[in-house]
Structures are given as structure tokens and as C-alpha cells.
Design a protein around this ligand. Structure first.
Ligand code: IPD
Ligand code: CA
Ligand code: CA
Ligand code: CA
Length: 278
């Protein structure tokens, strides 16, 4: 733990940053014309992604100058996740940039805090969600359960594949699509239905609170680090359907990630493995 700052204080700090960043991106979308650019192939980035990233990383650097930061837009060096000697913050300033740019509500700010490669605190804040204009804030501190706007959350009770609503996402790099399409083909024949909502962090939080039963995808640490802890603390099962390399902390390794209600996990892994030729 950092300089006698408790994990709850760390979580409070992360939550305050996520809420403020949420206000920032809401303001930019409501009052300014979005300036957009392309990162690769179809991957969009807006000026609000950069602003929110600079705001969050700047505030962390000021309060915890000795900590490492991994953030999608301004500090995307993935090797940071392998250094487990120093506390690490993992930031996605806008998860769901395409939704954001098109005016859809499924958008989140994601902030995770890890020690020794294990995520200890996570906030996923969806500023455009909910009825009261305050958004939805998912929160977890390791060992202390998970909440949505302060209320404890729990995964669904789905126990059979045919009752399962599952979510996934498609990579921006379209040449990586082929293996995913094989897995989808196998899953859609066995599950209730499929959702592709455009924010990995919210997909996982929705498994945590029972709005979805299964999530799997290949993503980056900033997409899932906070949400995975939230799902675990809500009692869901989180793991990978492939192997995690030895030098990678499982909490930050985003390939073949599979998160579901506990009774479904093994059967979904079998379907995905069979479809992947593992
Ligand atoms: C993306 C979203 C999407 C997922 C992509 C991510 P971004 O994040 O989480 O749901 O399918 O793999 O890259 O680019 O909007 O932060
Ligand atoms: Ca992106
Ligand atoms: Ca993301
Ligand atoms: Ca992003």
C-alpha cells in the first residue's frame, strides 16, 4: 500500500477522478464539436479522450509521483504491466469511443489501481447511463465486494448455456477477426443471444450486476483491469480460455479473457476452446 494511504482512500481518489473525467467528457460532447482522428484502421480517438487521459494521469502523477501509469491515450506502454515492483494505475479515459462519437450512452471512464500485478481497486463510471443524470458508478476494493451507485451487486444465477446472454466485441484490426468469428459461430448456436455494446469495461460490469451472463474478448489492460475486479468482487468467475504467459500478471492480461456467472464458466470455456483449436 502506498505511503500509509489505505485502499479505501485510493478507491475514493479513483472514484473522484472518474466522476470528474465523466463530467469533462459529457461537457465536451454536449457543448463542443468533437475533433476526431484515427489511430489505426477504424479506431477513432477524439479530443475528449486525450483531455480526459491528461486530466486523470496528471492528477495521479501529482498525488503519487512514484507510481507507474498505463493509460490508453498518453502512456500506452504495455510493458508497464510486467513491472510489478511499483504500484501501477491502469486508465481508459473513454471506454467506448465509437459510442461516444456517435452519441450513444454506453461509454465509461475506467480507473484501476494494482499492487504486485494484482488489481486492488477499480472504478468504472458511465456518465451517460441511468435515469437521474448522475450516471452509474461501479466500484470495488479487493476483498470488500462490489457496488453500483453504492448498492451491492451480484452476478446472475444463469447455470445453463442456453439461458446465457453473452457479450463480446470486435477488434479494430480486422485481420484479427477470423478466430473470433469461429468462436461466435460456436457460441451463438448454444446461447440465448449475443450483445455487442461497444464498451468492454461496461460489458464486464454488466456481468457483475447480472445484466449479462458471459463476456469474452481479446482486449488491452485498460479495457478490463478495473471491471474484472468489480466482477470478481460481485462473485463472478474471471479467467482466460487460453494460456496466460508466465511473465504476465493474469489481472492485466487481456487475451482470451472470459468472465461469467460461476456455473457457466467451464462450459463456456469448453465451447471457446473447441472453436479455437486449443
Ligand atoms: C474498445 C471497447 C470495445 C472493445 C474494443 C475496445 P475503446 O475500447 O471497449 O467494446 O470491443 O476492443 O478497444 O477503444 O473504445 O477505448
Ligand atoms: Ca481506443
Ligand atoms: Ca477501451
Ligand atoms: Ca479508450
Amino acid at each position: 500500500m502506498s505511503d500509509s494511504v489505505s485502499l479505501h482512500e485510493i478507491t475514493d481518489f479513483a472514484q473522484a477522478l472518474a466522476l470528474e473525467a465523466g463530467e469533462l467528457i459529457r461537457h465536451e460532447r454536449d457543448h463542443n464539436t468533437l475533433r476526431t482522428d484515427y489511430k489505426q484502421q477504424t479506431e477513432l480517438v477524439t479530443h475528449a479522450d486525450i483531455m480526459a487521459d491528461e486530466f486523470i494521469t496528471g492528477a495521479i502523477r501529482k498525488r503519487f509521483p512514484e507510481h507507474r501509469i498505463l493509460s490508453e491515450e498518453t502512456m500506452p506502454d504495455l510493458t508497464q504491466a510486467e513491472h510489478i515492483d511499483t504500484p501501477l494505475w491502469v486508465i481508459d479515459p473513454i471506454d467506448g469511443t465509437v459510442n461516444y462519437a456517435y452519441g450513444h450512452p454506453q461509454v465509461a471512464v475506467s480507473i484501476a489501481y494494482a499492487e504486485r500485478g494484482q488489481v486492488q481497486a477499480g472504478i468504472v463510471h458511465a456518465p451517460f447511463a441511468g435515469q437521474n443524470g448522475k450516471g452509474e458508478t461501479f466500484r470495488a476494493t479487493r476483498g470488500d465486494g462490489a457496488t453500483l451507485n453504492g448498492q451491492a451487486i451480484r452476478h446472475s444465477n444463469a447455470s445453463e448455456l442456453r439461458q446465457a446472454l453473452f457479450a463480446t466485441g470486435f477488434p479494430y484490426t480486422k485481420d484479427a477477426l477470423e478466430p473470433l468469428l469461429k468462436r461466435l459461430d460456436a457460441m451463438i448456436h448454444q446461447c440465448r443471444d449475443l450483445r455487442r455494446m461497444g464498451s468492454a469495461a461496461l460489458d464486464i460490469c454488466w456481468v457483475a450486476c447480472g445484466r449479462l451472463d458471459v463476456y469474452y474478448e481479446n482486449v488491452s489492460p485498460w479495457d478490463f483491469a478495473a471491471a474484472r475486479l468489480i466482477a470478481i468482487e460481485a462473485g463472478a468467475h474471471a479467467g482466460h480460455f487460453g494460456e496466460v504467459p508466465e511473465n504476465q500478471p493474469a489481472d492485466l492480461w487481456g487475451k482470451d479473457i472470459l468472465i461469467s456467472s460461476p456455473k457457466l464458466w467451464l462450459s463456456v470455456r469448453e465451447v471457446l476452446r473447441n472453436a479455437s483449436g486449443y
